[in-house]
Design a protein around this ligand. Structure first.
Ligand SMILES: Cc1cc2nc3c(=O)[nH]c(=O)nc-3n(C[C@H](O)[C@H](O)[C@H](O)COP(=O)(O)OP(=O)(O)OC[C@H]3O[C@@H](n4cnc5c(N)ncnc54)[C@H](O)[C@@H]3O)c2cc1C
Length: 417
């Protein structure tokens, strides 16, 4: 069988490309070695974090910075997709709303999200469960932890939040409340997924509400770790907000991150509904071509079996060094499947990441305005494998993956060449 579009990689860029091509009625297959970085992320889509001229200053308006960066660097991935960034955001919302989830925000405004460490991070598209309304009117902040849950440090959060409080919560008193679920006499360690699944039990929901009821007032804000369900919807958040008659938020947390996982699940269910296929634990190890076009991928599954997969067009979304899309060997950076032309920023003097990012991360595959690498006519490249962007300093990782994945998926589906 020949697929219309074959996508390599199941990170944000690959999932968006697959969803876009499938929504255009194409027969889509995703081949992926493993999960992408979505379940490691905050679940917020960063479009642009800091001002170009003052890199320590949060930008209020990502759109303005993106316009500036395109003028200064016409090879930045955003330059190739500028006219489709808004469309890609609308598409993301359409996909997520089909399962009852949504992200709040736009390209024109960054919002400040409280992290699990009690710092603030800017992001453009944020889960409803992380948005604080009228922080200046909050009178009481309760940081909720669990005995035996070691992936959330409410006392550290409290310390840092108290430093922020004059500007962010000018009126609020803050305290930590640690809940004890069951007798936990064995000192069992509780995991994020375990707690998230407990909320499916009415008994646990009742316990949770009864424990917090004494603090609940409309001026109270409860801050929780990211445990409000695994599925991409806000049912648990809405139930708690109503029953406690207070604001309830969750912070982004340590990996595995459920807010990132929810976005992944939202896309996977959309792709499935549109008859797309996913083959996980399938590593693409080679390809065949004819007349300047890729015709076949060679993939190895987890049992070691090697298969040939035929397609009309292809999207490469294998991520950067982290995802496995770029390799660094013998002092050289290369793309391992197609051996595509790579911008090689081989600067290793400083191996540490800082707020300035790292020059090495600007390495990546070079493409034309239609996201095609030389010389292939039916291969499109999307996401963090693209050259000229460093998401660690630019704070645009998911934004670049979303917009380039959207364009690549659409072009691969049209396959006009
Ligand atoms: C820890 C961490 C936290 C982050 N947090 C945020 C955040 O909060 N907000 C934000 O905007 N950005 C964040 N980023 C950046 C952002 O997550 C990434 O830039 C973006 O998700 C990259 O998506 P991608 O699809 O290009 O690549 P990836 O997510 O890396 O996906 C690559 C995919 O390709 C697959 N693959 C690789 N090689 C092969 C092969 N040969 N055959 C088949 N499959 C293959 C991998 O298994 C994987 O599924 C974070 C990054 C990291 C590392």
């Amino acid at each position: 069988m020949t697929y219309d579009v074959v996508i390599i990689g199941a990170g944000m860029a690959g999932l968006v490309a697959a969803a876009k091509a499938a929504s255009m009625g194409k027969r889509v297959l995703i081949l992926s070695r493993g999960q992408g970085t979505l379940p490691l992320s905050s679940g917020c889509i960063d479009l642009w974090g800091y001002t170009l001229d003052k890199p320590r200053q949060v930008t209020l308006n990502p759109y303005n910075e993106i316009k500036k960066v395109i003028l200064r660097n016409p090879m930045h991935p955003y330059a190739y997709v500028f006219d489709q960034i808004n469309e890609s955001i609308e598409f993301l919302q359409k996909v997520l709303s089909s399962c009852g989830y949504s992200l709040v925000g736009s390209i024109e405004k960054n919002q400040m999200v409280i992290t699990a460490l009690g710092t603030l991070r800017p992001s453009a598209l944020v889960p409803k469960s992380m948005i604080i309304r009228n922080s200046e009117r909050v009178e009481r902040v309760i940081l909720v932890g669990f005995n035996g849950y070691l992936d959330f440090y409410p006392h550290l959060l409290l310390d840092n939040l108290q430093r922020l409080s004059p500007q962010f919560f000018p009126q609020a008193k803050m305290e930590v409340k640690i809940l004890q679920w069951g007798n936990n006499s064995t000192g069992e360690v509780l995991r994020t997924n375990f707690l998230a699944n407990l909320f499916n039990q009415e008994r646990f929901l009742d316990f949770f509400v009864q424990e917090l009821k004494p603090y609940s007032l409309t001026s109270t804000l409860f801050i929780l770790p990211p445990i409000l369900g695994e599925q991409p919807n806000y049912q648990i958040l809405d139930a708690l907000t109503t029953q406690l008659n207070s604001q309830v938020i969750e912070t982004p947390g340590l990996p595995p991150s459920l807010p990132g996982y929810r976005i992944e699940q939202g896309f996977l269910s959309f792709i499935k509904i549109h008859h797309g296929e996913l083959r996980i634990q399938n590593q693409v190890i080679g390809f065949r071509y004819k007349n300047g076009k890729v015709t076949t991928l060679i993939a190895r599954d987890s049992s070691g079996k090697v298969q040939e997969i035929y397609g009309k067009s292809f999207v490469l979304a294998t991520g950067s060094f982290w995802g496995g899309g770029l390799h660094f060997e013998n002092n050289c950076i290369f793309e391992p499947i197609f051996n595509l032309p790579v911008k090689n920023v081989n600067e290793r003097q400083n191996l540490f990441l800082s707020s300035k990012g790292h020059p090495l991360l600007k390495s990546g595959v070079e493409v034309d305005v239609n996201l095609r690498p030389n010389p292939w006519m039916n291969l499109y490249v999307a996401g963090s494998i693209l050259a000229h962007s460093d998401y660690t300093s630019e704070k645009n990782g998911m934004g670049v993956a979303l917009a380039t994945g959207y364009k690549a998926g659409g072009l691969a589906a049209e396959n006009k060449t």
